[in-house]
Design a binder for this molecule. Structure first.
Ligand code: HEC
Ligand code: HEC
Ligand code: HEC
Ligand code: HEC
Ligand code: HEC
Ligand code: HEC
Ligand code: HEC
Ligand code: HEC
Ligand code: HEC
Ligand code: HEC
Length: 562
């Protein structure tokens, strides 16, 4: 008997081990699937370094040339896309310094129980995947199923349950900076009460601006048309109605030496403001830039006719503008594109900001003003002349797009409305420019531009990163943080239909009584922020083992974006 047993064992240990009954249980479906086509030996070897050899080697893997490969490394062969390779075995993928900083930060704010938390029982840089992820529990087993105890190996200051012992927190929900300027309080208390354009008082309905999508998630903010247009569209149209003057021909008392002809309607006296956009286009012209410095407030009207230096400067600027218009007439809009590119604007931006400007318009403008002696054939009664020649009656109504103004001898742009591409491009351009210069500050003050900046504030960090977010951050783009939340299960509960159950507007008590709002519990001691912070109690009412659940992993992530 003993001899035959030894013989069987000898055979077993000698044969390739995969053919033996060493099968601990079915793999999870996603792993089984991806490994399906492979040979059994490779299949096991994808997660077991020792599986390369015989069964003896599985148990005595000292001589195995793969001995130095850990299982975690094998897991990472496939999972490097979502987990940072170099930080795979670090607790939460954070360095010891980062972990330390978190503890200290919480301790300093006195908000946690970390001052009672002993250090982790094992090195926080040696956490193997298999410490948490179990395999071989069947195709449908939850690979990410974890017990509270597994977290509390490190978070060893154990507590009985979420409701009983989990620390209070003082900074949740985390707020992120708004991309869109919006004051919930002034709108809820003042603007909505006053009502929309027609004066009827409106409900401050969260869902007007925060739509609930088919996943049950709440949008960061709905599009302009839905959220803001009702009240801000009219005002916006008025403000952008001013349009943008790109290049206009200034008036001089006499025509300058060059070019030969100066438009008649621009001769007589010093007049005309050199707009920031014109100055931007002239910025690559060193002489013109120097001359502009001589001119007070870039305004021809303020040229002192007794000061020869200023007169000379005015003439130089006028010549530069004529030169710019001439080359644009000859070569087309590409000249303007190049000038903007030269200042640091990206190809995309330039494309956007000059979108729709036709070579023909530039050519005709120059010909009419400079060659045909300043008598614009189309001038008639209609000032604005559209790119496509419109009958005079139509040209008088506010048309949008690029146009030349035959009275003021200017080439300008009249925006079409919200999210107008040229205005959008212009704000992108400001971000592209190398520094937040005086010139860009002036561009931002142009009425049409300022109208956008009111809701789309420009932060200095954006000019540095050359990136301008037009839309608010969506949750899907967010980094994975320690604590997660989803609205979906909550919004199905009748008691939570009122968003203010969790997001209470931070209204001072006095205002509350004044506005006669009901259903809000004011806490005047709460200071900053538009909404009150949440307290643990507002979750603990439901998050108990017998009700909504209180597993650590229901609310927390282990794998976070470092
Ligand atoms: C997707 C990765 C993966 C694959 C593929 C895989 N295993 Fe595993 N296996 C694991 C993990 C993880 C553990 C540790 C599980 C635990 O501790 O609950 C484990 C544990 C085991 C154990 C328990 C003994 C030990 O070393 O801890 C055996 C035996 C085993 N696997 C055999 C196999 C065989 C045979 C195959 C090929 C059919 C295979 N495994 C394929 C991930 C895998
Ligand atoms: C051959 C490639 C491969 C290897 C090796 C591998 N995995 Fe996976 N794993 C996958 C794929 C593919 C999925 C399914 C897609 C996904 O969720 O990323 C998956 C899914 C998972 C999931 C999520 C399952 C779920 O319910 O969503 C976990 C956890 C996981 N793997 C852990 C491990 C661990 C731990 C190891 C090492 C023991 C390992 N994997 C080795 C390919 C691999
Ligand atoms: C290997 C040890 C280890 C494991 C396992 C571990 N953590 Fe951590 N965790 C830490 C360390 C270290 C910190 C940062 C320092 C601190 O909070 O003291 C931390 C921080 C946290 C924080 C943020 C604390 C804060 O102050 O912001 C949360 C939340 C957290 N862990 C939850 C979990 C959950 C849930 C699990 C189980 C899925 C888990 N951790 C597993 C070591 C671990
Ligand atoms: C008229 C539109 C409008 C209405 C009505 C409105 N919001 Fe907002 N809300 C916004 C905008 C705009 C933002 C900022 C989006 C951004 O730029 O990130 C915002 C942001 C938020 C945020 C994110 C807070 C943060 O700090 O990260 C919450 C929460 C929120 N709103 C809740 C509410 C609730 C609750 C109501 C109803 C009581 C409400 N909102 C009504 C427009 C609105
Ligand atoms: C019910 C009408 C109404 C809606 C809807 C509305 N606003 Fe307003 N908003 C006003 C009124 C009225 C004012 C004050 C007068 C003014 O400045 O135009 C105002 C002022 C503002 C201001 C100036 C600062 C302040 O709060 O007083 C900003 C910025 C603003 N709104 C942004 C927005 C944004 C962004 C949206 C859409 C997400 C929006 N508003 C939706 C009526 C509204
Ligand atoms: C009353 C506030 C308000 C004003 C004024 C405003 N916007 Fe917006 N804008 C919004 C809101 C709200 C959104 C939607 C943000 C989102 O989807 O996350 C938006 C979205 C955008 C977008 C991206 C989405 C799209 O529709 O293409 C662009 C581009 C944009 N605005 C440009 C402009 C420009 C250019 C101006 C000036 C003419 C301007 N906005 C003025 C509130 C405003
Ligand atoms: C059970 C409590 C609860 C209820 C009810 C609730 N919220 Fe929230 N909401 C939260 C928490 C917690 C967060 C923070 C999530 C995070 O930071 O991951 C949040 C985040 C948000 C955000 C910011 C989303 C983002 O992408 O940054 C908005 C907007 C918001 N809620 C609006 C609403 C609206 C509108 C309602 C009503 C329809 C509502 N919430 C109901 C708890 C709640
Ligand atoms: C009125 C009861 C109630 C309140 C209050 C409540 N929850 Fe929940 N929560 C639920 C229910 C029910 C579920 C779904 C549980 C399930 O699917 O097993 C849930 C699920 C969750 C989930 C898991 C979401 C998912 O999609 O997996 C998180 C995270 C969560 N709640 C966090 C919170 C936080 C944080 C608070 C406090 C701001 C809170 N909840 C307040 C009832 C509540
Ligand atoms: C119902 C949701 C929920 C459950 C269940 C839950 N937490 Fe939390 N936890 C939170 C929220 C919300 C915060 C505060 C947000 C933050 O600090 O990121 C928090 C904060 C923490 C912190 C940081 C506390 C601080 O301020 O110092 C740690 C550590 C933590 N939780 C660990 C755990 C552990 C371990 C478990 C399981 C035993 C657990 N949590 C269960 C919601 C939950
Ligand atoms: C301390 C416990 C712990 C350790 C160690 C751990 N995980 Fe996880 N893992 C989790 C939890 C909990 C989840 C559920 C989602 C979350 O919390 O991020 C998860 C989710 C996953 C997922 C599913 C995708 C996702 O992001 O939801 C994959 C894949 C995964 N882990 C792979 C790994 C690999 C590979 C390692 C080793 C480098 C590893 N895990 C180490 C606890 C752990």
């Amino acid at each position: 008997m003993a001899a035959s047993l030894v013989a069987v064992l000898m055979v077993m240990l000698g044969v390739p081990w995969q053919q033996t009954p060493l099968r601990p249980g079915e793999l999870h479906r996603s792993h089984a699937q991806i490994l399906e086509g492979r040979l059994a030996s490779q299949r096991c070897a994808s997660c077991h370094p020792a599986a390369k050899g015989s069964l003896l080697q599985w148990f005595v893997s000292a001589g195995d040339q793969h001995a130095h490969v850990t299982q975690t490394q094998l897991c990472m062969d496939c999972h490097h896309a979502t987990i940072p390779q170099a930080r795979a075995t670090w607790a939460h993928h954070l360095s010891e310094q980062q972990l330390d900083a978190i503890s200290k930060q919480r301790q300093a704010s006195g908000e946690s129980w970390h001052d009672r938390l002993p250090g982790p029982p094992f090195a926080s840089t040696q956490v193997q995947c298999s410490a948490c992820h179990r395999e071989h529990h069947g195709a449908n087993a939850d690979l990410t199923m974890l017990t509270n105890q597994q977290c509390q190996t490190c978070h060893s200051d154990r507590f009985a349950s979420f409701a009983d012992g989990h620390p209070q927190w003082t900074r949740y929900p985390y707020t992120q900076p708004y991309t869109i300027s919006f004051d919930h309080l002034s709108h809820a208390l003042k603007h909505y009460a006053q009502g929309g354009p027609d004066g009827t008082s409106l409900d401050f309905d969260c869902r007007q601006c925060h739509q609930i999508d088919h996943h049950g998630e709440v949008s960061r903010v709905n599009p302009f048309e839905q959220s803001c247009a009702g009240c801000h569209q009219q005002g916006l149209e008025v403000e952008i109605g001013a349009g943008l003057d790109w290049v206009s021909v200034p008036s001089l008392p006499v025509k300058p030496d060059k070019p030969e002809q100066w438009p008649r309607s621009a001769t007589g006296f010093y007049d005309g403001q050199i707009t920031p956009l014109t100055r931007l286009l002239l910025a690559s012209d060193a002489e013109a830039t120097a001359a502009l410095r001589e001119l007070p407030a870039a305004d021809f009207e303020r040229v002192d006719s007794r000061d020869p230096r200023q007169q000379l400067a005015a003439e130089e600027i006028a010549t530069a503008i004529a030169g710019l218009l001439e080359s644009a007439a000859n070569e087309g809009a590409v000249v303007l594109r190049q000038r903007l590119r030269f200042q640091g604007a990206s190809v995309d931006t330039v494309q956007k900001v000059l979108a729709g400007l036709s070579d023909e318009l530039l050519e005709v403008a120059y010909r009419e003003w400079f060659i045909d002696g300043g008598q614009d054939a189309l001038a008639g009664e209609a000032g604005a002349v559209q790119d496509t020649k419109l009958p005079a009656s139509e040209a008088r109504s506010p048309v949008t797009g690029w146009q030349r103004d035959a009275f003021r001898l200017s080439i300008g742009y009249r925006p079409g409305g919200h999210a107008d591409s040229v205005l959008t491009g212009l704000l992108d351009l400001v971000c592209d420019l190398p520094t937040h210069s005086k010139l860009t500050a002036e561009i931002l003050q142009l009425p049409a531009v300022a109208a956008c900046v009111r809701c789309h504030p420009l932060r200095t960090s954006q000019t540095a990163t050359r990136k301008r977010p037009w839309v608010a951050n969506r949750s899907s783009e967010k980094r994975k943080t320690f604590t997660k939340f989803s609205h979906q299960p909550h919004l199905q509960i009748p008691a939570l239909q009122d968003c203010q159950h969790c997001h209470q507007l931070n209204i001072p008590l006095a205002d509350l009584q004044h506005a006669g709002l009901v259903g809000l519990q004011a806490n005047p001691s709460d200071s900053a922020g538009q909404f009150r912070l949440l307290e643990k109690n507002s979750c603990a009412a439901c998050h108990r083992p017998s009700a909504a659940g209180d597993q650590c992993t229901q609310c927390h992530n282990y794998h976070i974006t470092p």
